[in-house]
Write a protein that binds this ligand. Sequence first.
Ligand SMILES: Cc1ncc(COP(=O)(O)O)c(C=O)c1O
Length: 434
Amino acid sequence: MGSEFHLRAVVTGETYAPDRVRYRADDGGLLEVALDQSSLDAGEMRRVLQDRLAHRGGVTASGVWRYREFLPPIPDDCVVSRREGNTPTYESDRLAAFTGVDGVRVKHEGCNPTGSFKDRGMTCGVSAAKWLGQTSVACASTGNTSASMASYAAVAGMKAFVFIPAGGVAAGKLAQAVLHGASVVQIEGNFDDAMRLVQEVCAEFGVYLLNSINPFRIEGQKAIGMEIAQDCCWQMPDWIVLPGGNLGNTSAIYKGLRELKAVGVIDRLPRMAVIQAAGAAPLHAGYIDGFAGEPRTVHGPDTIASAIRIGAPASWVKCVDAVRSTEGLVESVTDDEIIAAKRAVDTAGIGAEAASCASVAGLRRLASAGVVKRGDSVVCVLTGHILKDAEAAVGNYGIGESLADGAGVSFDPIVCQPTLESVRDGIARELGGG
Ligand SMILES: Cc1ncc(COP(=O)(O)O)c(C=O)c1O
């Protein structure tokens, strides 16, 4: 199978055999999977992909492996899947009003099996690990990657090590990793420290690295873009807006869409808008300077959105290509803007974790600046589930704090004695009658 595809250095174009463990080119640059898709026919692919939407079992029931002609040809018996993907795309009048964009839709990747988009990359990454004969896996994580990897490693019967920044991971995500049986390596530093160390340890101990520098991870995550295209009946929106941290997701969505376009399944690329948190925005700094010079680093990144609290993004080069090739852009938003967007997403009945809502906050900012027009069609990616980061919500809304922003949320509990009279009084007061 090794001859059917290869790994290619994104900068130099140098190629490597895919059936040996390798995460980087000889010069240290990023790799991508290169697969010959020239024999694929656009009409036939659209028909096949549409038919597979009805599959209820087998590998192609997954919203990732449905696109298997675009993925590395890993044999079925090595595929480790939890039927990830197939996530909903919602329209919302409330979010249209909040963002100022009538045609806004949100693709809710929090509806994946472990509650984040990471499952799409992980099914491919852990399947590659199995195909390569690996028995142990590791990642550095702000939380969601570790939850996802722990789950898929458990399904595959592999030993899992998750490297986390001490105090930098939401409790729910950490609990997921622990409950799925992963060993937690807690680094007294930030995510960037954990990322540096996990690479060294994986090389030394022969543990398979499953961060998004692993090109197989990116392959699975391509399916977000492909599924957005399919959700939109192959008519691409004007914009895809998504949060950016380590930048693997932007790179992956772009690669998927680029490949669909090359085959002719879609006829144009949407513009990609990457939104970073202002306290962790190296890509935004680079964008402002026209991406001149070396990748930027933010030392001590700081934001309430812990999932994107990353100062030295690994997939910089791929992401810059995505932004440039789609005439995209990079924006940054403050924590207050993220919280306001989270309130809007939550009170619209959809709900998502704070980092996810950076996309909605970014869209609002871009629309108010006139960059995105009211009539543009836009898909915002919501990357994680509302329950992922409860501390960020509770800590920042503050139980008992009154919210004067019109979002209609109150975290003041109606405290009652266990009597009907007391409850009746409380409800009447809330309804304004008492
Ligand atoms: C919920 C959530 N949103 C966004 C991101 C950022 O994705 P990426 O690191 O691929 O840019 C992450 C990364 O961990 C995440 O967990």
